[in-house]
Design a protein around this ligand. Structure first.
Ligand SMILES: [Mn+2]
Length: 337
């Protein structure tokens, strides 16, 4: 057996039950990775596996993915932590702002493609590949090595995980991502995939887009968009992606509040910079953030903050963002005048 699989087998020795924890507000890559790892652990090693998450799955694409690919998920808070002492984290790491763990849990497995955190030191099984475009790529490699053939539904999920994290294999991508995609391709449910990618959208989505376009401020080649109250957290990434398509724009920064957190998303098409680094600089000491060369996200706790304080925080983040990308002297301009 391949070395990495032997290590994984060793890490789960004596563990009949494994809880896979995804992001809070899970995205397609974490969902597909969890489902892929579950398939591996259940078919190859006969473990009992449950996939859990905190937050919500609200983006219509993600809801369609979970529904049509029949991915079984539970809310972390509905589980008794004592019954799930052994935890696997996919597409994130313990200590990251977007990972919530059950109380008292031992993290035994970490599989991720974000920059390595110190919290992973000494854990039984850690496979972190920051160069990879997605965690789904790593999980697909495991399935290939283990000779576990994914079902059509799982192949479609993993492919969609790779596709969304790499913007259709065009962003922060490596040879490995392309190889895994090609392996999955013959197995895809194309019609289902098309439905996932183009779901019906609630009217409110278009109202929010209209508001975002009206409110956005352009500083030279950077778009900053205060989305105020978010219908769901993913709206920040949807708008940051979308506005980066505007001509002559090189940076986008979207943020807004959902429940007690301010979510933020940063995108750039400048390859020699680091969106992840910018996100970390601007949330320094206040929240958590992370990402890759051209895509990043984060969150800041705003619990108990008055509206005045929230506005001050947004102004601070805007100022730090402009300074971090050296656009602080650019004149503010509305798109819609
Ligand atoms: Mn990912």
């Amino acid at each position: 057996m391949d070395n990495i699989l032997a290590k994984l087998e060793q890490a789960i020795a004596g563990q009949p039950k494994i809880l896979i924890v995804m992001h809070n507000n899970p995205d397609p890559d974490t969902i597909a990775s969890a489902q892929g790892l579950k398939t591996l652990l259940t078919t190859k090693w006969r473990r009992k596996v449950v996939i859990a998450y905190s937050g919500i799955i609200a983006r219509p694409e993600n809801k369609a993915m979970v529904r049509s690919l029949k991915i079984g998920l539970v809310k972390l808070k509905t589980l008794n932590p004592a019954e799930w002492p052994f935890v696997a984290v996919v597409d994130g790491q313990p200590g990251a702002g977007n990972i919530s763990l059950p109380e008292g849990a031992t993290v035994g497995i970490v599989i991720d493609h974000h920059g390595r955190k110190r919290t992973c030191k000494g854990l039984p099984f850690v496979d972190i590949r920051p160069k990879y475009g997605s965690t789904s790529t790593i999980i697909t490699e495991y399935l290939i090595k283990a000779k576990v053939k994914p079902t059509k539904k799982l192949a479609t999920a993993l492919y969609y995980g790779i596709k969304t994290d790499t913007q259709n294999l065009g962003r922060d991508v490596t040879e490995a991502d392309i190889k895994s995609s090609m392996f999955l391709y013959p197995q895809l449910l194309f019609k289902t995939l098309a439905k996932i990618e183009h779901p019906t959208l609630p009217r409110g989505f278009f109202v929010s887009m209209n508001q975002a376009i009206t409110d956005m401020v352009i500083y030279g080649d950077a778009v900053i968009c205060d989305l105020r109250d978010l219908e769901y957290p993913d709206v920040v990434s949807v708008t940051a992606d979308s506005f980066l398509q505007m001509e002559n724009i090189r940076w986008t920064f979207s943020f807004g509040c959902f429940e007690d957190r301010l979510f933020l998303s940063i995108r750039t098409n400048q390859r020699r910079t680091s969106a992840g680094r910018v996100a970390q600089i601007i949330t320094h000491h206040q929240g958590s953030a992370g990402g890759h060369a051209t895509i990043a996200g984060g969150a800041v706790d705003v619990k108990g903050m008055t509206d005045v304080k929230r506005e001050a925080l947004k102004a601070k983040l805007t100022e730090r963002f402009l300074r971090a990308i050296k656009r602080e002297t650019c004149k503010a301009e509305q798109l819609v005048k």
